[in-house]
Design a binder for this molecule. Structure first.
Ligand code: UD1
Ligand code: CA
Length: 483
């Protein structure tokens, strides 16, 4: 293939989004719209990628530079039309040769393969210009591809400039065009703006090529949705659902069981191994990775998480958490960034974790907060334990050793360390380190103030219940004595 340059147009305002965020920066499947387009452009292995920015150029340019540091940025101050935008791109490039592809930044479903195949067709046919066209039922709003009796492409006419007969044409310009660079350079200055919109139409280069006796091709894409642009929020949702449908189906083909594709949302950068099972109501976001035989769901949101082989995650909200092989999480667990659970470990119901490393086989089964902690392998943390990491000013760490057994309703006041094989009593507030193997008890001996309810709560249902029970007990004792 020839040297390839991809120009991505993203200067338009996208006013119909009615958003303070630029249209191409809206996310779909965990990437921005332009992020998807840049990924597709990258797959063509181009020499250079040029992005044309205009509206909110600082934000858009910064985002593009983050995703594609090598990209050339061209600024189009005023949106005078696609032809003008491409001219800005060409000027920013300096010199251009080979093949130039033009795409838009708002077509998130576009696949690299389609761009590559189109460029290859264009080059094989040695056309001056090629159009990635589409045959659609409702061509309204699109530029129409006009062909002569022989079927050769003569021109593209925009909706507003078309005659009624031309509007009947159902072959449309998707917007993705391929050019012989040398021809493009010569043609761009020849584009005028004498048309319904008063814009410099890039599409006019088709007629210019024909005037020069050069050939133009139009290659209809079978999957027209790939070239569909997003203009408003309703379209954003529709395209998002379509992209998700494609991603979910792709993973099913790779051996993932998805019980309910309609309620399963998987971002573009998620990675799943065969024999993963996804139950209904699951969102897998960001760069989440799930290993084989893991079962996730129902009702989980996992962002940038790593789930080990055979792990089980139920009704869990997790972000930046690593779950070991064969571990159990949920239901109703909240895994905050920095949570690491070892192989075969457990984070149970109503447990919140943050910056917590929980060792292999270690368990935090019930109703706990574990923040800024390290828990050794095989240790069991009792129900209702709070790792008190915050003194109101600073955060501190707690370390619990291996094979420790801490009892229910404990508070570990950080910084504090509980040794290997140590234990605690119920309700212990651990303020000082517990040596290995020791039992820590902090609550005092229990005292029972007999008859307290009768004297202090006289006349209440509590006192009545106590009175009744004491009377029953006396009767019972009397009966025993008489028999
Ligand atoms: C354009 C095509 C039309 C095609 C349609 C496909 C032209 C003249 N028309 O029409 O044939 O069927 O796309 O969707 O090319 N942009 C800039 N700077 C500008 C103008 C536009 O960067 O000065 C960018 C926009 O941000 C957008 C893209 O180019 O991403 C298309 O612009 P838009 O105005 O939407 O073109 P259409 O009228 O839809
Ligand atoms: Ca458009």
């Amino acid at each position: 293939m020839n040297q390839l340059t991809v120009i991505v147009l993203a200067a338009g305002g996208g006013t119909r989004m009615k958003s303070k965020t630029m249209k191409v920066l809206h996310p779909i499947a965990g990437r921005t719209m332009i992020g998807h387009v840049l990924a597709a452009a990258r797959e063509t292995e181009p020499e250079r990628i040029v992005a044309v920015v205009g509206h909110q150029r600082e934000e858009v340019a910064a985002h593009i530079q983050e995703l594609e540091p090598g990209a050339v940025l061209a600024v189009q101050d005023e949106q005078l039309g696609t032809g003008h935008a491409v001219r800005m791109a060409v000027e920013a490039l300096g010199e251009v040769g080979g093949t130039v592809l033009v795409a838009y930044g708002d077509t998130p479903l576009l696949e690299g393969r389609s761009l590559r195949d189109f460029a290859a067709e264009h080059e094989a046919a040695q056309h001056a210009v090629s159009i990635l066209s589409g045959i659609v039922d409702d061509p309204f709003g699109y530029g129409r591809v006009l062909r002569n009796e022989e079927g050769d492409v003569e021109a593209i006419v925009e909706e507003k400039d078309a005659t009624p007969a031309q509007r009947e044409v159902r072959e449309i310009n998707s917007g993705i065009l391929a050019f012989d660079a040398e021809f493009l350079l010569g043609a761009l200055p020849r584009i005028g703006n004498d048309n319904a919109k008063g814009e410099y139409y890039l599409t006019d280069v088709v007629a210019i090529a024909r005037e020069d006796g050069l050939t133009v091709g139009a290659f209809p894409i079978a999957d027209v949705m790939q070239t569909e642009g997003v203009n408003d929020r309703a379209q954003l949702a529709r395209m998002g659902a379509e992209m998700n449908r494609r991603i979910v189906e792709g993973w099913m083909r790779e051996g993932v069981t998805v019980m309910d594709p309609a309620t399963t949302w998987i971002d573009a950068d998620v990675s799943l191994e065969p024999d993963v099972t996804i139950l209904p109501g699951v969102q897998l976001l960001g760069a989440t990775v799930i290993a084989e035989d893991a079962v996730v769901g129902p009702d989980c949101t996992l962002k940038d998480c790593e789930i080990g082989a055979g792990a089980r995650v139920v009704r869990t909200h997790g972000e930046l958490a690593v779950i070991g092989a064969g571990a159990n999480v949920g239901p109703f667990s909240y895994l905050r960034p920095g949570t690491t659970l070892g192989a075969g470990g457990k984070i149970g119901g109503f447990v919140e974790t943050k910056n917590a490393t929980i060792g292999d086989g270690a368990k935090v089964p019930h109703l706990s907060y574990v923040g800024d902690a390290e828990i050794g392998e095989g240790t069991n943390i009792g129900a209702g334990t709070i790792f008190a990491n915050y003194d109101g000013v600073r955060k501190h760490r707690t370390k619990v050793g291996r094979q420790a057994r801490t009892a229910s309703n404990n508070t570990f006041v950080a910084p504090v360390e509980i040794g290997d094989g140590a234990a605690t009593g119920a309700g212990t507030v651990v303020r000082r380190d517990v040596p290995p193997g020791a039992l820590a008890v902090s609550s005092g001996p229990q005292r029972n103030l007999e008859g307290w309810a009768l004297s202090k709560r006289a006349g209440t249902p509590q006192a009545e219940a106590a009175e009744q029970a004491l009377a029953d007990r006396r009767d019972g004792e009397q009966g025993m004595a008489e028999s």
